[in-house]
Design a protein around this ligand. Structure first.
Ligand code: PEP
Ligand code: MG
Length: 747
């Protein structure tokens, strides 16, 4: 960058700083800013457009265009050159604007007299706030250096907008982070809760974007980078000894921390008048925009790394967010881009709700949130940039909506909803110790699904008769290294003790598919859900399975034990797995350890093939548990993690139900106990239909036991069955509508 421009840009920033520091209305400041830019860049027009809502930009200040167009001229995102600059987050710089793709003529501004156009997005951390535009009469494309100077100015405008420097009348100048916002996402865990925002990564506020002492800022940056490098090196030394995967990520961090071009760009930003933290944020913002446009998953990962590194650097520079957890509000609702299961466990059950910008329904964090019945909304775009620590937030986990800073009407309606929920909970509590006996005198055993020690207290509170599915992989997933046998055995015995004599069906390790252990080399499989997972891994590499079986036998310490193997698709797999159990028993016997007083060895039916297994399988297995989550995805060939296809197929589809019935009949014929333990078991209408098909054992999230029991106790299964049969005979694809209509008159 030529020296003249460098100092010009600094001079401009210096004058901007004075203008921004002066007392006055937001509008007056904006007017001053456009005037300063136009004067200093020798252009006829300088304008600032800001968003008045997500889709509409508004001309908020101009030097050169007609003043009566201010706050009148509006365009939609993507419309005209201004709208396109905002939409794509990229500079549009042209000497001949009318010839440029997307040009829109706006007579009210008098702009036909201007031929050149340069629009620079005003954005903060990848979030579009508006567009800064300069125009000239002569056909002149701005030089790269001039564009760069405008980018620096746009960055300062973005920071000042965030800090509220331009607050004034009208929607486009309304204060940020103060309006009510409704964010739509996807439900990952039902429930409703009200609380205060607690940001997982507190937002760093840059209060001093401009500096007139580049040397000082340069020194601050260099020092902070040194500190950052040292901390990455430290983490790396720690990580190498435990975890190769994590070490790889940190190596990538180190590469960035030492990256010459990253540093050079930030130094240039400082030379041009930005403070060290504003320079970091400018580069971070640029990276975020690229991140949102990058299709290549590898590139996205690297961009994410750079984002994380920038956050660390900002915290070092500003000293903010060092002891964030200390300030957790009452009734905290966690707001984050994404979160791992380990981090979630660290927060513990005190969270009242979670809203994530990313996340997935089948992720481990979701499983933890579900186990704890914490309402969780995922894919809530924009929540991390909108929410501020301490904001009121309502999480509607039925609709998948979060209301941020709600107005009184929304708040009132939500409170009514909460009150209804509380009344329902009271109703459920009153039947907690009663059996789930239907009007036709059939009793359904309701059990709970669990995976953490922390889940066990729910056993008493929910009224569950036992643990129908204990997902042992959660204990493996939340660690940085493979747990040892003694650790596992101690853990399982705590589970057994906490269950206080109630039956616990331990499922052996179900990894692979979406559950990837952080300390195991990932298998690059094209289709992991149908790949090397669950019992397939257990049989091919039996070391872990053997260790787990031994740990379970020892934890049992002479008491009863129930174990089931996940994802069995053939008799042979069950036999091989059972043979491992027999070997483990023989070994324990030889060592003189006590053997279980009773032993049940079961299988999970998660693929259609097992429904067609030979009779011998049904005779050999001690019990069968239908894993509906996986079964459904294979039955309908619809990925359970893919939101687009997951909901296309109904559990109450007659084909799926007839398959379930077939399994029930085969189990009846051989006297094999059968249960259903997928998520659907916890949905009252589904539970009802399963019971009507003959299933007498359902395992679900603890929070679902009350609603399911409440409904079961009010119906006659014979009548339900008749409704289902009539709907099927009618040619309905799903019995849902018929059962729901019938229920309206029953309960
Ligand atoms: C299932 O597939 O239904 C099941 C209970 O197992 P998971 O959800 O852990 O795969
Ligand atoms: Mg499964």
């Amino acid at each position: 960058m030529p020296h003249r421009l460098e100092s010009e840009s600094r001079k401009l920033l210096g004058r901007l700083r004075e203008a921004l520091a002066a007392h006055g209305e937001g509008q007056a400041r904006l007017d001053k800013v456009v005037q300063l830019i136009a004067d200093s860049m020798l252009v006829e027009v300088c304008s600032i457009y800001l968003f008045r809502d997500d889709e509409t930009l508004e001309l908020c200040a101009t030097m050169g265009l007609r003043q009566d167009a201010v706050h009148q001229t509006r365009m939609r995102l993507g419309e005209g050159l201004v709208g396109r600059t905002a939409k794509f987050g990229r500079v549009i710089n042209t000497a001949d604007a009318p010839a440029e793709k997307g040009f829109r003529f706006m007579p009210e501004t008098g702009e036909e007299r201007y031929s050149s156009f340069c629009g620079v997005p005003i954005q903060r951390l990848g979030e579009a706030l508006g567009v800064l535009v300069v125009q000239t009469k002569t056909e002149r494309k701005l030089t790269q250096d001039e564009v760069y100077a405008l980018e620096i100015v746009a960055m300062v405008i973005a920071e000042m907008t965030e800090l509220g420097a331009f607050v004034g009348e009208g929607a486009a100048l309304s204060a940020r982070h103060q309006q009510p916002v409704m964010l739509r996402g996807t439900v990952a865990q039902e429930g409703a809760s009200e609380g205060k925002v607690f940001l997982h990564e507190p937002r760093v506020v840059v209060t001093n974007p401009i500096s007139d002492d580049p040397e000082k800022e340069h020194d601050r940056l260099v020092k902070a980078i040194d500190e950052l490098r040292a901390s990455v090196d430290n983490m790396l030394t720690g990580a190498r000894t435990v975890d190769a995967e994590q070490a790889q990520v940190l190596e990538a961090y180190r590469m960035f921390a030492n990256s010459g071009s990253w540093l050079r760009r930030m130094k240039a930003d400082i030379e041009n008048g930005l403070s060290a933290e504003a320079a970091v944020e400018k580069e971070q913002s640029l990276a975020r925009t690229r991140l949102s446009q990058a299709g290549d998953p590898y590139l996205r990962e690297r961009m994410n790394d750079l984002d994380d590194l920038s956050n660390r650097l900002l915290r070092i520079l500003t000293g903010q967010g060092a002891d964030a957890r200390a300030d957790m509000p009452d009734n905290p609702i966690l707001v984050a881009r994404n979160i791992g299961p380990g981090e979630l466990l660290d927060y513990g059950k005190k969270l009242k709700g979670i809203v994530l910008e990313e996340g997935s329904v089948g992720s481990h964090a979701t499983i933890v949130a579900r186990a704890w019945a914490i309402p969780l909304i995922i894919n809530a775009q924009g929540v991390t940039s909108e929410a501020l620590n301490g904001d009121t937030i309502l999480v509607d986990g039925e609709q998948g909506i979060a209301h941020l800073r709600p107005d009184d009407t929304v708040h009132g309606a939500f409170r009514d909803k909460l009150a209804m929920q509380t009344r329902a909970q009271e109703r459920y509590a009153s039947i907690r110790d009663l059996p789930a006996t239907t009007k036709c005198n059939n009793t359904i055993s309701l059990q709970m699904n669990a995976g953490l020690i922390a889940d066990l207290p729910s056993l008493a509170g929910s009224g569950a008769e036992g643990v129908g599915l204990f997902r042992t992989e959660l204990q493996f997933l939340i660690r940085n290294q493979m747990p040892k046998r003694a650790e596992l055995s101690a853990l399982y015995s705590r589970v057994i003790n906490a269950a206080g004599g109630k039956r616990v069906a331990f499922r052996t390790l179900d990894i692979g598919s979406d559950k990837v252990l952080p300390y195991m080399k990932p298998n690059d499989e094209p289709n992991p859900a149908m790949g090397w997972r669950a019992i397939r891994v257990g049989l091919d590499k039996p070391g872990v399975l053997r260790m787990q079986l031994q740990a379970l036998l020892r934890a049992t310490n002479g008491g009863p034990l129930a174990v089931m193997f996940p994802f069995i698709t053939q008799t042979r797999e069950f036999r091989d797995a059972k043979a491992e159990m027999d070997k483990a028993l023989a070994r324990e016997k030889k060592l003189g350890h006590p053997l279980p007083s009773s032993l049940e060895v079961g299988a999970m039916l998660e693929t259609p093939s097992l429904g067609f297994a030979p009779d011998a399988f049904f005779e050999e297995v001690d019990f069968l548990s239908i894993g509906g989550n996986d079964l459904k995805q294979f039955f309908f060939a619809a990925d359970r993690e893919n939101e687009r296809v997951r909901k296309r197929y109904d559990t109450l589809d007659v084909s799926f139900l007839s398959f379930i019935e077939r399994v029930v009949k085969r189990c009846d014929a051989t006297g094999t106990p059968v249960s259903f333990c997928g998520e659907d078991a916890g949905r009252p209408v589904e539970a009802l239909c399963f019971a009507a098909l003959g299933i007498r054992n359902l395992s679900m999230r603890p929070a679902s036991i009350g609603p399911v029991k409440h409904l079961l106790r009010r119906v006659d299964l014979g009548e339900v069955r008749k409704v289902m049969d009539d709907a099927t005979a009618n040619g309905d694809q799903s019995v849902r509508r018929a059962v729901a209509d019938w229920l309206v008159y029953q309960v």
